[in-house]
Design a protein around this ligand. Structure first.
Ligand SMILES: Cc1ncc(COP(=O)(O)O)c(C=O)c1O
Length: 395
């Protein structure tokens, strides 16, 4: 079959006239920085995720940074996180001055392993949670719901309770996923979300923190906007003159109303997006279950919904063989992505907390995972073509 190069992309956001119209409304209103639509988007996300407070940001990376700051995590502190994640997971920790401590994953779930996490705490820290090598204090575990697969939140909350450490959630990929019948975000833990176009819903760039703690939410709101005690939106709404104060050095991590306009309309179609992604995944599953050499993820019982932010297959192959598969699919017009490169091996961390670290599952899976195209507007023909080409190239 003849195809043009890259005729099927790895991902494609679904944007329709409703998004365009609300962006136009935002532009016409004059609120082109942060205003009422950001406030509405925050409320909508809170309603959907069952979190009490939402603070929209410029990205998940900046949301993660704020998450660290509001939990008083900074220099001299350690945060455990997976290495099998996008590097922003660790950067969010490092931006606050803290040190990411990388933990291996469970190869069955692709998520940070609760058992391994416990081993790290018991092996590397004393009874006061001081790192036996560096003297740093262990403050938190940042779990990641990788590619939208919910991690075992209850298992981590139990560890948090037992050792007196905070559980934070990198929910960048997981809007629309559910854990034990509840949406990701409903745990009450501080969660950071991404609305980058590779995610299930998008605002172009954009992110959010959700949480249930009022004081921390207020601090995040201030830190996002230069530390101002009153937001511009509130000042403009007020009948009397209001003067803001600045008590701490802060940031400009504000989402704009144009971005929020897109997000509001995207969230309205999230149910359809997730079910369409599940339909595509079911087709892939039915083909790959009958194929040799391809392993797929089978979710644990606690996963009520996987939003299929990405569709991974695990090959029984060496890294070179995996790269050969990627290259053959590329020639067939199918864009794929290699499995997640381990953060602890990257130059940014391999001389600090990643130095000398061996994480067998993370390292193995990063060499054998391939992500296939999955996006709502994929046609049935495209889905069937990708499945049959992948099967033909691998079997
Ligand atoms: C797990 C994870 N965390 C954080 C991020 C960073 O998101 P953003 O691009 O919105 O900063 C990503 C983006 O791919 C991600 O996958």
């Amino acid at each position: 079959m003849e195809t043009t190069k890259h005729s099927i992309p790895i991902a494609k956001p679904f944007l329709a006239k409703e998004e365009f119209q609300l962006v136009q409304t935002a532009l016409e209103s004059g609120w082109i920085s942060q205003g009422p639509l950001v406030a509405q988007f925050e409320e909508d996300i809170c309603r959907f995720t069952e979190a009490k407070y939402g603070i929209a940001t410029t990205s998940c990376t900046t949301a993660l940074h704020l998450a660290m700051l509001i939990h008083d995590i900074g220099a001299g502190d350690d945060v455990i996180c997976p290495s099998f994640s996008f590097i922003a997971t660790a950067n969010g920790i490092a931006h606050a001055g803290a040190s990411p401590q990388f933990c291996d994953i469970d190869p069955e779930t692709l998520n940070i392993s609760p058992d391994e996490c416990r081993n790290i705490i018991e092996g590397n820290y004393d009874s006061n949670l001081k790192n036996k090598k560096t003297g740093n204090k262990l403050k938190a575990i940042l779990i990641v719901h990788q590619i939208g697969i919910p991690a075992d939140i209850d298992a981590f909350n139990q560890i948090g309770k037992e050792f007196g450490i905070t559980i934070l959630e990198d929910s960048a990929c997981s809007i629309g996923s559910a854990y034990k019948g509840k949406p990701v975000g409903a745990s009450g833990n501080t969660s950071a979300w991404s609305f980058h176009p590779r995610k299930v819903i998008t605002t172009g760039e954009g992110g959010m923190i959700t949480l249930n703690d009022k004081d921390k939410a207020e601090r995040a709101r201030r830190l996002r906007a230069h530390g101002a005690s009153i937001s511009a939106h509130l000042r403009h709404q007020s009948a009397s003159t209001m003067y803001e104060e600045y008590d701490e050095i802060a940031y400009n991590y504000r989402m704009t109303d144009m971005q929020a306009a897109i997000g509001i309309k995207q969230l309205e179609r999230l149910g359809w997006i997730v079910s369409r992604r599940n339909e595509i995944a079911s087709h892939y599953n039915s083909v790959f279950d009958k194929s040799n050499g391809i392993k797929r993820i089978t979710c644990k019982d606690y996963v009520t919904t996987w939003n299929y932010q990405s569709y991974p297959i695990m090959l029984e192959a060496t890294r070179d063989e995996r790269d050969e598969v990627i290259s053959k699919l590329d020639k067939a017009g199918i864009t794929t992505r290699r499995g997640i490169p381990p953060i602890h091996k990257e130059g940014a961390y391999n001389q600090t907390s990643g130095k000398g670290l061996v994480l067998p599952y993370t390292e193995r899976l990063s060499e054998t995972v391939v992500f296939l195209p999955i996006f709502p507007s994929m046609t049935e023909e495209e889905v069937a073509y990708v499945a049959s080409e992948v099967k033909a190239v691998i079997s």
